[in-house]
Design a protein around this ligand. Structure first.
Ligand code: PLP
Length: 423
């Protein structure tokens, strides 16, 4: 319900707040757009936070993914960033989509994407959302329990089911296995249970946790899926789909880590699911696609200087966006993401311990648990946070009446004409 309310308050996809499209001039970059917007806003009396999404970068992430993992079809995880123009670009480029709820299904189907290009990959689904999927021909669904199978038999009996396995994901920045995934020991039973209900299981899936640090986790999970394929066949299912989930790192500088991961995955696929097997392989990448696509800009709306008993000086900055807006994941990030200060200093300035707060009245609304070292800044100054495409705009709220950062979408003329092919 809160998501629906938020959506309603913002208007349908395509509402003005989320619709500014910028066609880049020759040689112009999305970064220059950010700086230009800051300049414009500084000359007005608006301090609202904003984001710029570089849609050309999104297209190049897609190319990089397909090049590194040629056997794997990407089904982009909508939850990671569901901004309408991001989805449009991906629809035009021909990716599939991983949806987690009815609203996400509606969003993707509304772009004219065929239901066969969608996987409803939330193992625990509300019955009404299941009926919606059935009614609109979305057949691929994940599950990891008996109870979910019973619900699917009642509300979506023609589904093509994918069994989500548990993975050892403790080395990932955002583990998921405490919540989802069937242990290998119970898979045989689940597959027979599905068969007895007259349901078709067509494959296996897993998620190694978001921002995976250990390529071997994929190797183990792919080997486990191979065992589940054997169990499935023994239970009488036609096993034909392997879904290797998300977890691919997307931060700037993580290129070598991704290349290494892709090498390990390709080798594991060759070993356990050789090309001759004819098995279709898909993935659900989220952060790999969008993390570096968005840049956020926030304004200092208030400031306090605190004198310590020993004479030290500390600063508190209150920013126009925060924990309840685009920075919800900041407190959980394993590596602190520091801002770029948009200010010209004539000499090297001293740094002070600073606390960065968001704009709401809640004291938990802060960027980091600890102080960070920054120069003395003023009300009205801007900070830029690059790599803000992941779980930022999609987790935002309007708590305390602060609306989500408006998003501008920058693209070159070629991409713009490609987008005209999407409804
Ligand atoms: N698929 C599922 C089922 C997920 O839960 C998630 C993230 O939570 C993703 C895909 C995307 O993962 P990532 O952003 O790590 O690629």
């Amino acid at each position: 319900a809160p998501l629906r309310n938020l959506r309603e308050s913002l208007g349908p996809p395509g509402s003005p707040w989320q619709k500014e499209l910028i066609t880049l001039g020759p040689g112009e970059s999305a970064w220059q757009v950010v700086l230009k917007k800051i300049q414009e806003l500084s000359n007005s009396d608006h301090q609202d936070p904003f984001m710029v999404a570089d849609l050309g970068m999104l297209a190049s992430r897609h190319r990089a993914f397909c090049q590194a993992l040629p056997r794997v079809s990407p089904f982009y995880a909508v939850k990671c960033n569901s901004s309408p123009w991001i989805l449009r670009v991906l629809a035009a480029l021909g990716t599939g989509f991983d949806c987690a709820s009815q609203v996400e299904l509606e969003q993707v189907l509304g772009l004219g994407v065929a239901p066969s290009r969608i996987i409803y990959a939330n193992p625990c689904k509300p019955s009404s959302h299941l009926r919606f999927a059935a009614h609109h021909g979305v057949q691929l669904l994940t599950f990891d329990s008996e109870e979910e199978l019973t619900k699917v038999a009642q509300h979506h009996p023609r589904a093509r089911l994918v069994l989500r396995l548990w993975t050892q994901d403790s080395q990932s920045s955002f583990p998921l296995s405490a919540k989802f995934g069937a242990r290998l020991e119970v898979c045989g039973h689940l597959l027979t249970f599905a068969k007895d209900l007259g349901l078709a299981v067509v494959g296996a899936s897993f998620h190694v946790g978001s921002d995976c640090q250990t390529p071997q986790t994929y190797t183990q999970a792919i080997a486990d899926c191979q065992r589940v394929f054997e169990m499935g066949r023994r239970a009488g299912h036609d096993m034909s789909l392997l879904d290797i989930g998300g977890g691919f790192p997307g931060a700037e500088g993580s290129g070598p880590k991704f290349e290494e991961l892709a090498r390990v995955i390709n080798a594991a696929l060759a070993q356990d699911f050789p090309e001759e097997s004819g098995i279709e392989v898909i993935a659900e990448p989220g952060r790999f696609y969008v993390q570096s696509v968005c840049t956020a800009a926030v304004n200092i709306i208030a400031k306090k200087a605190v004198l310590e008993p020993g004479g030290g000086r500390k600063l508190k900055y209150y920013l126009s966006d925060g924990h309840y807006g685009s920075f919800r994941l900041f407190l959980r990030e394993p590596v602190r993401k520091m801002p770029i200060v948009v200010k010209e200093f004539c000499s090297e300035l001293p740094l002070f311990p600073c606390t960065l707060y968001g704009p709401t009245c809640d004291a938990f609304d802060r960027f980091y648990l600890e102080e960070v070292w920054l120069p003395e800044l003023d009300v009205g100054d801007w900070l830029i946070f690059p790599s803000m495409g992941t779980y930022a705009s999609s987790m935002t709220s309007s708590f305390n009446g602060f609306l989500p950062a408006a998003i501008s979408y920058a693209m070159d003329p070629e991409l713009r004409s490609l987008l005209e092919t999407v409804p």
